[in-house]
Design a protein around this ligand. Structure first.
Ligand SMILES: Cc1cc2nc3c(=O)[nH]c(=O)nc-3n(C[C@H](O)[C@H](O)[C@H](O)COP(=O)(O)O)c2cc1C
Length: 368
């Protein structure tokens, strides 16, 4: 029996991933006491996903600085208590063979908002636990507070915060990190001319707008060494004229590879609230495929991938190297195991305590 393409391992630097069906990063907005610490919800949730059959679990966006949290309940990796708290969970994931990584980000002008299920729109005021957001320029995301433009001499400190968070992630037992340069958050804000109107070395030309992301990658690569994979989530387009687009993404992706990045997780949007986005199953797959065609880099596709057959077709058809799945893993936290059965993949990592549930027609229920 041949192995389905989705279940063929893939290697990045020193890390082999057992398959190409990965859990996309998803913020759970449940950090304890609003101090960036993971809660028991996080530990149960992430450990459960490690049993899902996925090849990798990318833990939600962790803020590299307190002001970079998108909500007060976001997790962070800006201090040593935070990394230490993750160690039992990363050890558990590794024991069950799911590669565990974490996304690192900064909300920039979209920081300090309410959780997605809460009614408050826009920037949370200080009276409600919010803070003054920062950004590349004093240009607000529509409907949000005007950010304070970062001074040029503050930007190297932001790079340092990303590097320090990546080192904490590695010390916590995470096996790779993904930089969040998508969805209209700080790294994407620097890239996009819609949010970055600076006239210094950090704005203007594409090279200047990419300087922050590239510095983060280059400095982190130097700090973590050669074996540790560095991934980047990009928004391949702002979905609006005059915004960041696919050609920009391809150019900066090549520079990012030269700086030490290994894999690109291709999403879109997040820069403007009123973009018209044609949404259908697999609607972002073409962006991943075109980025790989233009650059030759390994890419992941994400967005409305909900069935094993669809994920298999994306990888087997050569459209992307990895299928990342978000919400379907929330609906069915064993989606990877279900996909293995559905596609006839003979995996040796069905968790042993669950072995009697592997096939629906397993005979006896009477022995226990
Ligand atoms: C609850 C929730 C939280 C999310 N949090 C993040 C996040 O922290 N970082 C990120 O890059 N994307 C985040 N996303 C986007 C997902 O990673 C994914 O790109 C999106 O949900 C589309 O994939 P899907 O259709 O498989 O869910 C989140 C999505 C959901 C539903």
């Amino acid at each position: 029996m041949s192995t389905p393409a989705l279940f063929v391992p893939i290697r990045f630097r020193g890390v082999t991933f057992r398959n190409r069906l990965w859990v996309a990063p998803m913020t759970m907005f449940t950090a304890e006491d609003r101090d960036g610490m993971p809660s028991s919800f996080h530990h149960v949730h992430v450990a459960g996903l490690a049993l899902s059959g996925a090849g990798a679990v990318i833990v939600e966006n962790a803020a590299v600085a307190p002001g970079g949290r998108v909500t007060p309940q976001d997790i962070g990796l800006w201090n040593d208590d935070q990394w230490d708290a993750w160690r039992p969970t990363t050890a558990f994931a590794r024991e069950y063979g799911a590669r565990i990584g974490i996304q690192l980000g900064h909300g920039g002008r979209k920081a300090s908002t309410a959780r997605s299920w809460e009614p408050q729109a826009g920037t949370l005021p200080e009276s409600a636990g919010g803070w003054q957001p920062v950004g590349p320029s004093a240009v607000p995301y529509a409907g949000y507070a005007t950010p304070r433009a970062l001074a040029a001499d503050e930007i190297p400190g932001t790079v340092d915060a990303f590097v320090a968070a990546a080192l904490r992630a590695r010390d916590a037992g995470f096996e790779f990190v993904e930089f969040h340069a998508a969805h209209g958050f700080l790294l994407h804000q620097f890239l996009s001319p819609l949010a970055n109107t600076r006239r210094d070395d950090w704005g203007g030309s594409l090279a200047n707008r990419a300087r922050l992301l590239l510095a983060v990658i280059r400095r982190t690569r130097a700090a973590v060494g050669d074996a540790f994979p560095l991934f980047v989530r990009v928004s391949a387009t702002d979905w609006t004229p005059d915004g960041w687009d696919e050609d920009d993404t391809a150019i900066v992706t090549r520079w990012a590879v030269d700086a030490g990045a290994d894999f690109f997780d291709v999403s879109t949007g997040g820069m403007v609230p009123d973009a018209t986005i044609p949404v259908f199953p697999g609607y972002q797959v073409g962006f991943a495929e075109r980025l790989r065609d233009a650059t030759g880099v390994p890419v992941g596709a994400v967005g409305l991938i909900t069935t094993p057959q669809q994920a298999e077709e994306i990888v087997a058809g050569g459209h992307a190297d990895v299928a990342l799945v978000g919400r379907e893993f929330l609906r069915d936290p064993r989606f990877g195991l279900r996909a293995a059965v559905a596609l006839g993949a003979d995996i040796d990592y069905h968790p042993l305590p669950y072995h009697r549930a592997k096939h629906r027609l397993e005979a006896s229920l009477t022995s226990v």
